[in-house]
Design a binder for this molecule. Structure first.
Ligand SMILES: Cc1ncc(COP(=O)(O)O)c(C=O)c1O
Length: 393
């Protein structure tokens, strides 16, 4: 009889993660079956991709842009990204320093695969974006988690990061603006970490997928903050800013010496992204000034509405995020932990939120609440939350 045997990487990936998504998955199923569930547990924007971008992709398809594309990505798109990154960093960025990927997730996986072996260490800050977990397990390097300062709106503890560095550290992975914290790192914090890591031959990889969704405090790119870009690699994409999660479009910006291995990796595994999607992405980035302003305003409005409601609620608290589409609700005063709160909230109030434990131990008493509905639906979600909380007092 055939005995199925799998690689260590596949076995590591098979680790059971069902508990984390249990409430979310059940919420989606029950909603599909017709139940009146409000899903606040996902990071997929409710807003549609706007028509001009869709029309551009369709025209591109009819123009025959359906063939293989260069491993680096199409030049007009890389030129546009280089222009944006030049403006974001204040440092000249060439299209030869840009590689296009089918989404930031693939970009993170590809970059980390090029930098880490299983006997290396990577430092990450906690709370950590839940979607990294599979990537980390697949790569197999030791993940060293450095908690942020939860009481100070999840401020990154730069000294704790430096203290965590060992001779085995190869990568510091940052995420600013952060998911789920909504925290925007300051230029000083980033510069300090960029300098320390460069001195110690450590890569600084910075996931900046919420870069275009910051509110009062502007997003600072690690490339702007760093004095030297030798060890700095940034990742960004269109999923969040342009409500284009399903299009799968992200990018990496790095110095030419890092581009070679990254290009080899993506050429071997992806073999070029879809031409028509890259055409639409270039069009989106060229014509998005008004759109980005309006989408930012929409998320800011939702955030402010939600914070106003939370202030009136008994037993839960929340800091004001600088950016992004999430709120972290601290439920320690009224629930055993975030997981039991999420379970009860779905059962009793038909609202789904994500238990904070998915982002690390530090947030086990939190739930993540996504701002992926307009104020009207948010209003109903908060009415339900309020009834639930008052009922439990
Ligand atoms: C921090 C962070 N990085 C990456 C991603 C995934 O981006 P993409 O859709 O481009 O793969 C997400 C999605 O939630 C995220 O929050």
């Amino acid at each position: 009889m055939f005995m199925p045997r799998f690689s260590q990487s596949a076995s590591r990936l098979a680790t059971d993660n069902d508990d984390l998504w249990e409430v979310h998955t059940e919420a989606l199923t029950r909603k599909d079956e017709g139940e009146d569930i409000i899903v606040m547990s996902v990071g997929d924007p409710d807003l549609p991709t706007i028509d001009p971008i869709i029309e551009h992709a369709v025209t591109s398809l009819y123009r025959g842009r359906t063939h293989y594309s260069p491993g680096m990505g199409e030049l007009p798109l890389r030129e546009k990204i280089a222009e944006i990154e030049t403006a974001a960093s204040g440092k000249p960025t060439s299209p030869d320093e840009v590689v296009v990927f089918p989404g930031a997730t693939n970009a993170v996986f590809s970059v980390l695969s090029c930098l880490l072996d299983s006997d290396h260490q990577m430092i990450v800050t906690e709370p950590t974006y839940v979607g990294y977990q599979g990537i980390f397990r697949s790569i197999g390097a030791e993940i060293v988690k450095v908690p942020t300062i939860a009481a100070d709106a999840f401020r990154i503890d730069v000294e704790a990061i430096v203290d965590a560095i060992t001779p085995a550290t190869r990568v510091l992975l940052l995420n600013t603006p952060g998911n789920p914290s909504g925290r925007v790192m300051s230029e000083e914090e980033l510069r300090y970490l960029a300098d320390v890591t460069r001195e110690r031959d450590i890569w600084l990889v910075c996931d900046e997928v919420y870069s275009m969704l910051s509110f009062e405090k502007p997003h600072i790119s690690a490339r702007r903050a760093a004095t030297s870009l030798e060890n700095v690699i940034i990742i960004d994409g269109l999923s969040k800013s342009h409500a284009m999660t399903g299009w799968r479009l992200g990018w990496v910006v790095a110095e030419p010496h890092a581009i070679g291995p990254i290009l080899d990796f993506t050429s071997a595994t992806v073999f070029g992204c879809s031409q028509f999607i890259q055409d639409a992405a270039a069009f989106a980035l060229e014509n998005d000034a008004e759109y980005i302003a309006s989408i930012k305003e929409e998320y800011r409005k939702r955030r402010d509405y939600a914070l106003e409601r939370i202030e009136q609620l008994p037993g839960i608290s929340c800091h004001c995020p600088d950016a992004g589409m999430f709120l972290m609700l601290n439920v320690s005063a009224i629930a055993q932990d975030g997981s039991s709160f999420a379970r009860q909230l779905l059962d009793e109030a038909k609202v789904s939120v994500l238990p904070g434990i998915g982002f690390g131990e530090q947030t086990k008493d939190y739930v993540r609440f996504s701002l992926t509905h307009g104020v009207e639906v948010l209003g109903e979600a908060f009415d339900r939350l309020e009834r639930f909380l008052r009922g439990h007092r």
